[in-house]
Design a binder for this molecule. Structure first.
Ligand SMILES: [Mg+2]
Length: 119
């Protein structure tokens, strides 16, 4: 599967990337929502792992843009949240997020979440 890792933290992108590559997935990294939208314009994705707090375009803004775009609105999104961001879950759900994963997470939790979404 082709999975987007959208996070402004290079460390977090690397953690997500290594875990998913180890499970045989292809990963495309993006630094924020705008970067992800630009990259999604040129390729497809089976799943998006999305950070909330990012410069340029945050996770909620990205979800709003995704909702408006028929070409990407069906791509499942797993939102990574910190404790502080748990209040944003309702907003993210309303904007179409499919699943949540609290940071920090175990590699196994991420893989299980992706597997559950992609079947
Ligand atoms: Mg962030």
């Amino acid at each position: 599967m082709k999975i987007f890792a959208v996070d402004d933290s290079a460390t977090m992108r690397k953690i997500v990337s290594l875990a998913l590559k180890g499970a045989g997935h292809e990963i495309i990294e993006a630094e924020h929502g705008k970067d992800a939208l630009a990259k999604l314009a040129g390729t497809t994705a089976d799943c998006i792992i999305l950070d909330i707090n990012m410069p340029e375009m945050n996770g909620l803004e990205f979800l709003a843009e995704r909702k408006k775009s028929p070409s990407i609105s069906k791509i499942p999104v797993i939102v990574l949240t910190t404790q502080d961001e748990s209040g944003m879950k309702d907003q993210a759900l309303a904007l179409g997020a499919n699943a949540f994963l609290g940071k920090p997470f175990q590699k196994e939790d991420l893989l299980a979440s992706v597997k559950k979404l992609l079947g």
